[in-house]
Design a protein around this ligand. Sequence first.
Ligand SMILES: NC(=O)c1ccc[n+]([C@@H]2O[C@H](COP(=O)([O-])OP(=O)(O)OC[C@H]3O[C@@H](n4cnc5c(N)ncnc54)[C@H](O)[C@@H]3O)[C@@H](O)[C@H]2O)c1
Length: 417
Amino acid sequence: MKPNPAGSSPEACRAAGQAPQQKTQATPMQAPRQKVLVTGGGGYLGFSLGSSLAKSGTSVILLDLRRPQWKLSPGTEFIQADVRDEEALYRAFEGVDCVFHVASYGMSGVEKLQKEQIESINVGGTKLVINVCVRRRVPRLIYTSTVNVVFGGKPIEQGDEDSVPYFPLEKHMDHYSRTKAIADQLTLMANGTPLPGGGTLRTCVLRPPGIYGPEEQRHLPRVASHIKKRLFMFRFGDRGTQMNWVHVHNLVQAHVLAAEALTVAKGYVASGQAYYINDGESVNLFEWMAPLFEKLGYSQPWIQVPTSWVYLTAAVMEYVHLALRPICSVQPLLTRSEVRSVAVTHTFQIAKARAQLGYAPDKFRFADVVEEYVRSTSRRSRGSTARTLLRLLLGLLLLLGLLALALHLVGLQPSNV
Ligand SMILES: NC(=O)c1ccc[n+]([C@@H]2O[C@H](COP(=O)([O-])OP(=O)(O)OC[C@H]3O[C@@H](n4cnc5c(N)ncnc54)[C@H](O)[C@@H]3O)[C@@H](O)[C@H]2O)c1
């Protein structure tokens, strides 16, 4: 597509993925602030991405079902909405230049087994996001996918975007991965959709492995709580099994670069492309997690058990969860797909992201993240111990007060007793 001639309408420029030129006389060359929308902007990655973009002067809408637990940065606005609500999306997408579709459901824990919810959010929500991008003439859409769209339990060593095909949909062990794979394909298929009134929708997908970083809520606290309950005395899988991780800061960087790479300035290089994004290192999970055991003061898992046993136990836990669901919620310690993720090597190259997006991951140490986590939880638990003592003291005073009142009412002054 050719760049728009000077003087094009802001809408036409937006549709072409360019920053429109202002018509005002005072600052004719100054581009207005970019406006982006992040679905799942209340979650860990979405919020980090939105905050980082806002810091660089972009106007950001964080759209999510739940409010972020962190304070909003200046330049961000929160809209509480469901990605399955087309009209709410239509209202929120007004004047938006670029959408980051980060919202998803069913990644880990008990969510993983809520099939209908996963399907309606991950697939239904993505269809609506694409539709509304077209209706609102949003020219750029970046989808946060996952390596699970190609990994289904068969080893992958240093996979790249061309040589590893999607894992067959019907063979996926879990609904999350299957629905993420459908959404990943829907997003790429939408690339090149003409926008009403001119312009084209350009899309790309980023496929990260597990995300870690400061204040991460999904993996680290869950693993830490299992360690504290001494449920992680066992290790399984081969010591040579490897996987990748990505620090949230690096993943944010990749999203920002991907959005730029869907503009004319970057020759629309990311248009219709998928990218694996990770820290550029492959690690064994148990070795990588060693600082967590160490900092929490527990010994490393030392009992090696066959993976087949762990897999069987995970299957039983999943069935027990499903059977008891109408009565109570029994959270499986691990699901079968999580066992596979730990026990089967799946590593990916980031050469394409480096070459096309200019992605250059910074170096981070998991040990630093763990240190920060341990510090903040011990602060919180010290705070909660102090609160508990204060509550006990207040309760005691109230009890004494009530006792004194009761004695007074029956005419027995404490001094007379
Ligand atoms: N966390 C990981 O390790 C990991 C690994 C690979 C890929 N991913 C992908 O990265 C993305 C972000 O992950 P995260 O760790 O920040 O997850 P997160 O759970 O912190 O954030 C997801 C957000 O989506 C929101 N959401 C769910 N359903 C919604 C709906 N119907 N409407 C609006 N919002 C809804 C949730 O409320 C949540 O805030 C997801 O797409 C996930 O699939 C994550």
